[in-house]
Every structure is written in C-alpha cells, then in structure tokens.
Design a protein. Structure first.
Length: 219
C-alpha cells in the first residue's frame, strides 16, 4: 500500500447545541490501529463518521499523507472502508451478490477484488447463494464486515465491529485486521474487544467537556 498517514488536528464537533468534543487530535501511521475509547455517548461514533467524511467538524481538519482531505474528498472516500452500526446490506441480493456489489462500488480494478476470499474469511462461503434477508444478526454482521476484504482500501473505520459476533467470528475479524496491518493498512476502531496487540488509544472523554477551550476561540 505504500506509506500512509492519517491525522486530525483541532477537531471540534457540535450536534444540535451540544459540544460533542473539542480540540481533538489524533494520528494513525502505517500499520497502526487506533482504539477509540470512552463511555456511551462520548462521541466515538461521531468521530468515526467525521473521519469517513459523513460529518463535518466545526473547526479543525483531517489530513491524509499531509494533505487536507477536503482538497479531493471523492478520492479520499475511495481510500477507506467505513463499517458503522447501520449495515448496507441489500436484502434482495444474495450474500455473494452483496459482496460483489460492494467491491464494484469501490472502484477497484476487477483483478484486485477478492470476493471469494472475503466470503471464506468470514465463513460465508456456504451461504453465498442465500438471499441476505434470511441471515441471522451474526451472519449479517459478518457479511457487512466482508467488504473489508473484498476490495483493498488502506483505511478501515470500524464502529463496534465485534457486536453480534461469536468467538470464532471475532477471531476472523482479528486475523483480518492483523493481515491489513501487515500490508501497511490503518485502522480506527471503537470497540471493547482487543483486536490487535496495539496500545494506541484515544480516550474521547478527554475532549468531550472541553467547552472552555472552545469558548476561548469564540470570544
């Protein structure tokens, strides 16, 4: 994948009238996993959505390899996989058709797509021809995660990816993350599971009550 660096500086996010976090900064280097920690409602999901370009900060900026992601937002979106709480499964399609659709939407060259491998990694090969509407909650979660391995993207943004997964599936996710790291990939993840031996932790709660710092800038 080559050298990569993803960072954010002076990030402030306001939802409604509530300051979700202020003056937040982070940095993820090649092959690193950044764990987002904090109590429920502290802003972990909001930060991941902001990283993915789905939300905009009130202040601050995101940088990919030193360049602002706003300079070419479309290209930046093509560099990441975002897996949030809401799945993107099309229930009328089969399991394999869903993964194929996501791989095609990524814009990656066909020869670089790994649909069969993605199904195998998350133990979905035997369900390939099954319409997605018949999947259990755990199977839906595995299908949603399969997009990570179906087409390459250097940045993975994962919001509680281990929820609804059994022990074996958590192991598969852990292996997928390790393989991604070994290729130089970057991961930001909100989870209570230890998915890699990394200890790069960002405690969101340190920035959730930073209203005084925010008001200093406003004054």
């Amino acid at each position: 994948m080559g050298m990569a660096d993803f960072s954010g500086n002076d990030l402030t996010c306001i939802r409604g009238e509530r300051v979700v976090f202020a003056k937040l900064a982070f940095s993820i280097g090649e092959g690193e996993v950044l764990y987002l920690r904090g109590p429920n409602g502290s802003g972990k999901s909001t930060l991941l959505r902001l990283m993915a370009g789905l939300l905009r900060p009130v202040s601050g900026e995101l940088r990919w390899n030193g360049e602002s992601t706003k300079e070419d937002a479309e290209t930046f979106r093509g560099l990441l996989h975002y897996v949030g709480h809401q799945d993107a499964i099309k229930t009328a399609l089969t399991v394999e058709e869903n993964v194929t659709f996501w791989a095609e939407m990524s814009g990656v060259d066909p020869e670089k797509r790994n649909v069969g491998e993605a199904l195998e990694i998350f133990s979905l090969s035997h369900l390939a021809s099954l319409p997605a509407r018949f999947l259990s909650a755990g199977q839906r979660k595995r299908l949603n995660l399969a997009r990570l391995c179906a087409s390459p993207a250097p940045l993975w943004l994962l919001d509680e990816p281990a929820n609804s997964l059994d022990k074996a599936s958590v192991g598969a996710l852990r292996s997928a993350i390790t393989a991604h790291q070994e290729k130089g990939g970057l991961v930001a993840v909100a989870t209570h599971e230890e998915l890699s031996p990394d200890t790069n932790i960002l405690d969101i709660s340190e920035f959730t009550n930073n209203k005084s710092a925010l008001m200093e800038d406003v004054a």
